[in-house]
Ligand binder design. Sequence first.
Ligand code: ZN
Length: 330
Amino acid sequence: MRNSRRASRVVTFAAAGVVLACTVLTATTSSAAPSSGAAADPHCRPAHVHDAGSVSARLERVPDQKQYSLRQLRRIDRRLDRAVAQARSSGASSRGRSGLVLRIPVHAHVIDGDHANGPSLRAVRGQIDVLNAAFGGGQSRVNASTHFRFYLASFDRSRNQRWYTASLFDASDKQLRRRLHEGGPEALNLYFSAPHSPRADSVVLGWSTVPWRAERQPRLDGVTVHQESLRGGDLRRYNRGDTTVHEVGHWLGLFHTFEGGCSAGNDRVDDTAAEAQPSLTCEVGRDTCDADGLDPVRNFMNYSFDSCMNMFTPGQVSRMTDNWLAYRPP
Ligand SMILES: [Zn+2]
């Protein structure tokens, strides 16, 4: 589909810096775990809506990626620590046979609409190149390298208009995932479509599941991205493929850098400075919390423009490695 709208996305954020896309909360999955206050709050209103043509934000949501309490975050940490210890004691490794890199199979599922086709095989291969550059430390001098690499294991194409516009774990999204999903928790299922947006002037860029739910809901596991967010797509400012990088970061267990706002522990990664709210453009030098360090505006797990985000930190690499060991070893 050729989409001429700008990627004006609507984001609301509470004082704690937690992103809640109020306008899509009714479409979220029943798998959403600990209850979100906003989900049940019909009065939830955008505190900060960006108009089309000014600045934009990533309208995307992860079922678990919401208003966690500190208690819930600590519980996630404890569970992760236990699972990592258990995995290590059983000899599990987060490295591949080569001892250097771990190659993650990607099952790519392109959804075509009745009158529009999704990306080509070549475009999907290009997206995997972007993933490998980002996870291989190649997007900037300060981009920490992970040992994860991605390769295309399968490619399929389905024509289904309801699937084509499915959005944020709605019934059609769950249906297509259940039908198309391949592999186990170690396989990345990537879906490319043109998700319906709840607002005429906004675009849903993507969404992801989290690793600690992969075992319980194996066929829902995976990442969906807007087809026009691929390199050269129509979503201006968001068409260098970094939405997929961001979503795969969630798939490997990362929170947003603004998770928890200025609270201690915020995104559970030590070397990403706390920030009060998402970066929606490229406000390098911004400092929204009293804690040490400038806001991680260029981090892939922020909401900045694709041209702005270019790094993971060593702490994030470590967190992804732990999540892999805990929840995704083959
Ligand atoms: Zn996100």
